[in-house]
Design a protein around this ligand. Structure first.
Ligand code: GTP
Ligand code: MN
Ligand code: MN
Length: 615
């Protein structure tokens, strides 16, 4: 248990902060003191990440009515939280990159000058923790001491955030001990923005209508105000591990990416491979990370499902870690038939947010089981029956679960310095045009493919080339600097890696036939595509070169047991030059948004693609 200090009037806040401090690093103590003096909490708690601390915080929250304990026999150690109905998702329009120069944030981010933003935030944070406990949460992204690891501290007045941080990161004393004077670490501050007057009763989910998710990349700071929800409150995740880390990576020669991470073992030859994949949100990362292969010869193990950090190792290869320690996954649609590995992972020790509660004290959400319970308490706490005419769980309801509970977890997750990457995949939801799989013709061509990833916006718009949403590298909401500079950084990385660079592939599980059906069965069957990719990487298959990349040659894709797909192959791999050329127009328009900053190598790739399509 960390120590609790009550801030009495007879002692200065500074004295009280340093009395309870579990570090002697004066930089940390000074920073925590400054934040406490600004926010004026009743108490300061230095968290140690222990089970005792978890038990105490959960018991307090249950007592206050902000957590509902689930049935101990059905979901041991698990709790349900119900958010304020207006605090259910990330708020992209309230997310700001506060770099000194506006051009450094680029056209895809909201920008505010750092001094202006600080002036705007200061009155909001002043006294914002009154009547509450301020928790000091030290955490490590990656194993403490690892070659790719980074450290940070989150100060928060939300016990819900503390519990989630304990699942999502390696939180506690070891991380704090790693933060030594002069070392690089990330400072993050979070307040729900709901101070309590003396005697005022608290609500189950405090938050503020006014929200700010702000990033200061030059000083490695995050300030988040007004929301208690996941991506807005767990500052290790999108705020640090993607937005701030992408800038650290640019400055220091590494990459922070919205990618899953997989280990593959060729069981006959005992050879192992690793791949990462970037797909936009809701395009299948968590599903692929827990792949159950349908073809023999492969063992697939999970390393990460959302974020990967990539850094060249001493042997010149590109090494990757999953900096997180848990999954913050979307619940609806996760069920025995779609993702049995996730369902097994969720046996206990899980925090559920905004799912429905069953009469037996278990949880339910749309898609969990085919059978729908006759009575539930919905995510807002109201009675629900199948004819209520509204979803029982919020569409963005989530589970937070420790990664160590994953039955398919690879030992490599524990590894100190990461795994060497053999292949990188890019994908999106494309009903048309994009083939099931295509290998890029070079690293540079692969960067072009990543930079132009797109997904159809909705089912209604599918099939119309004009209505694509560009999501370069699946990083559109998460890149902390100018996206065009980010592409340049990827090109530089390729030069540095040279012949050691992983091979880049584009995949598309979502191509549809004229009748609107998916042409490819997907899910576990995606192992067939992975199998071809690895055989390409290891030089066992030739493929056939087309204008958009190298596709599987006749007979190279293993279709044993799903021979019926054979009839769809032409459509799955069809490349229509006219539609591709129309898409090139859109790419040119898209590049136009970034002006002169688009690397010439990418404009050259566009010209070459057009040339190949015209030929
Ligand atoms: P974030 O966690 O928000 O970054 O998203 P994610 O990329 O992890 O998405 P997730 O795995 O949760 O994707 C969920 C959606 O993709 C669900 O609707 C799945 O049914 C669907 N999906 C996943 N894999 C496949 C597939 O191979 N084929 C098809 N047709 N759908 C798939
Ligand atoms: Mn996911
Ligand atoms: Mn994500």
């Amino acid at each position: 248990m960390g120590s609790t200090t009550t801030l009495e009037a007879d002692a200065t806040i500074a004295d009280k902060v340093s009395e309870g401090a579990t570090t002697t690093n004066p930089e940390v103590v000074k920073w925590v003191t400054e934040i406490a003096e600004l926010t004026q909490p009743d108490q300061v708690l230095w968290c140690d990440g222990s089970q005792t601390e978890w038990d105490r915080i959960t018991a307090e929250m249950v007592e206050e009515g902000s957590l509902i304990p689930l049935d101990k026999n059905r979901r041991p150690g698990s709790f349900l939280a119900r958010s304020h109905p207006g605090d259910v998702a990330r708020v992209e329009d309230r997310t700001f990159i506060c770099s000194e120069n506006e051009a450094d944030a680029g056209p895809t981010n909201n920008w505010r000058a750092p001094d202006d933003m600080r002036a705007e935030l200061e009155p909001l944070f002043a006294g914002s923790m009154r009547g509450r406990t301020m928790y000091v949460v030290p955490f490590s992204m990656g194993p403490v001491g690892g070659a790719i690891t980074q450290l940070g501290i989150e100060i928060t007045d939300s016990p819900y955030a503390v519990l989630n941080m304990r699942i999502m990161t390696r939180m506690g004393q070891a991380a704090l001990d790693g933060i030594v004077p002069g070392s690089e670490w990330v400072r993050t501050v979070h307040s729900v923005g709901a101070p309590l007057e003396p005697g005022q009763e608290d609500v189950a989910w405090p938050c503020n209508d006014l929200k700010y998710i702000t990033h200061f990349p030059e000083t490695l700071e995050v300030w988040s105000y007004g929301s208690g929800y996941g991506g807005n409150a767990l500052l290790s995740k999108k705020c640090f591990a993607l937005r701030i880390a992408s800038v650290m990576g640019r400055n220091e020669g590494w990459l922070a990416e919205h990618m899953l991470l997989l280990k593959l073992t060729d069981t006959a030859n005992h050879k192992t491979y690793h791949l990462s994949a970037a797909f936009p949100s809701a395009c299948g990362k968590t599903n692929l990370a827990m792949l159950q292969p349908t073809i023999p010869g492969w063992k697939v193990e999970t390393i990460g499902d959302d974020i990967a950090w990539l850094r060249p190792g001493p042997d010149g290869r590109l090494y990757a870690i999953n900096p997180e320690a848990g999954f913050f996954g979307v619940a609806p649609g996760t069920g025995e038939s779609t993702n049995p590995v996730a369902m097994e992972t969720l046996w206990g020790n899980t925090i559920y947010t905004n799912v429905a509660l069953t009469d037996e004290g278990d949880v339910w959400w749309e898609g969990k089981t085919d059978e729908v319970p006759e009575h539930l308490i919905d995510w807002q706490g109201n009675d629900w029956t199948p004819d209520s005419g509204r979803p029982a769980a919020h569409p963005n309801s989530r589970f937070t679960v420790p990664i160590q509970q994953t039955p398919t977890l690879a030992d490599d997750w524990y590894g100190q310095d990461g795994v060497p990457l053999d292949a990188i995949l890019f994908g999106g939801r494309r009903a048309t045009n994009v083939p099931l799989v295509a290998q890029s013709l070079s690293w540079q061509h692969g960067v072009f493919v990543g930079a132009t990833i797109s997904s159809e916006k909705t089912a209604a718009q599918e099939g119309t080339v004009g209505e694509l949403r560009r999501d370069p590298f699946a990083m559109l909401p998460f890149c902390g600097y100018n996206m065009a500079d980010y592409w340049g950084h990827w090109l530089d990385m390729g030069e540095r890696l040279g012949e050691h660079a992983p091979k880049i592939f584009q995949v598309n599980w979502f191509r549809k036939g004229a009748d609107g059906r998916y042409l490819w069965p997907g899910f576990g069957e995606n192992s067939r595509v992975i199998d071809w990719i690895i055989r390409r990487v290891s030089g066992q298959v030739e493929g056939r070169e087309t204008a958009v990349g190298v596709l599987p040659a006749e007979g190279e894709l293993n279709l044993d047991g799903i021979e019926e797909v054979e009839t769809e192959l032409d459509e799955l791999f069809a490349i229509d030059p006219a539609s591709w050329l129309a898409e090139c127009e859109l790419t040119e328009e898209f590049f136009g948004r970034f002006g002169e900053r688009v690397p010439t190598a990418l404009r050259a790739e566009l010209a070459e693609l057009r040339g190949r399509l015209d030929a």
